[in-house]
Design a protein around this ligand. Structure first.
Ligand SMILES: Nc1ncnc2c1ncn2[C@@H]1O[C@H](COP(=O)(O)OP(=O)(O)OP(=O)(O)O)[C@@H](O)[C@H]1O
Length: 236
């Protein structure tokens, strides 16, 4: 574990690089990334196609391993952990939200949200109550017995956000949350994310959309795999 001075850091990256090598070519997807995300932060990682956003998010989500550098998640240095330990850490600390909502059509809204709890140590005890509480946070409790096909795209994404929240993770990693939504529903989902952050949820979002990146408290601009700059949003 890291020392106490970094207690508030949910994510810390030091000198993270990721290269992809084939026999005759090496591509550097991200290079020398240093980044700290503290509890309560709302960070947007943005930049043009191919700048390394997905690679960085995969590393943050423990789905890919950096070639060099050190990553601490919730104070735990992740290199050297077994696949089982990584899965356990991921389930405990991270909630994922993707562009596609990935809801299961055959399950009701609350069952979709409750599903991660059946794979957790609690084995589903208290799952319905927890699912309804998470749905309440995204103003979808009134649709708990509906099925995904009966919801709008924006509502489905809000259910997916509730599913990401239900395990009470340290951070939500969000990949292009409005990619499958029209601008009206996209705006509603972005508003919901801001409200969750105002209520204390830590967010890290990847988006190529500058307008949405500017909704975050801190915007990290990537170019050619490197951090070009970091901007803090001025709070009016
Ligand atoms: N598995 C891989 N093998 C080789 N090169 C890869 C691999 N994955 C990514 N890259 C390269 O790394 C760079 C960064 O890719 P990445 O997908 O992270 O960018 P991105 O910013 O997410 O792009 P987009 O917005 O288009 O999804 C690109 O040049 C890409 O071609």
């Amino acid at each position: 574990m890291k020392n106490v001075s970094t207690q508030q850091a949910v994510i810390e990256l030091e000198g993270i690089s990721r290269q992809f090598s084939t026999q005759d070519m090496t591509t550097t997807a991200v290079s020398d990334i240093n980044l700290t995300i503290n509890a309560g932060d709302y960070v947007a990682i943005t930049g043009p196609s191919g700048c390394g956003k997905s690679t960085l998010l995969s590393i943050l989500g423990l789905m890919d391993t950096p070639t060099t550098g050190t990553y601490w998640l919730a104070g735990q240095e992740v290199s050297g952990l077994s696949n089982n330990q990584l899965a356990e850490l991921r389930n405990r600390e991270i909630g994922f939200i993707f562009q596609s909502f990935n809801l299961i059509d055959e399950l009701s809204v609350w069952e979709n949200v409750a599903l991660p709890l059946f794979y957790s140590p609690s084995k589903g005890v208290g799952a319905k109550q927890a699912a309804l509480a998470a749905l309440d946070k995204v103003e979808m409790k009134h649709r708990s017995n509906h099925f995904p096909s009966q919801l709008s795209g924006g509502q489905q994404q809000r259910v997916a956000i509730a599913r990401a929240l239900v395990m009470n993770p340290s951070i939500l990693l969000i990949d292009e949350p409005t990619g499958n939504l029209d601008s009206h529903n996209g705006d509603i989902v972005m508003e919901m994310l801001s409200e969750l952050n105002n209520a204390g949820t830590t967010l890290c979002m990847v988006t190529h959309d500058s307008r949405y990146a500017n909704k975050a408290k801190r915007r990290i601009d990537l170019l050619d795999g490197r951090i070009l700059g970091s901007t803090h949003r001025k709070i009016a």
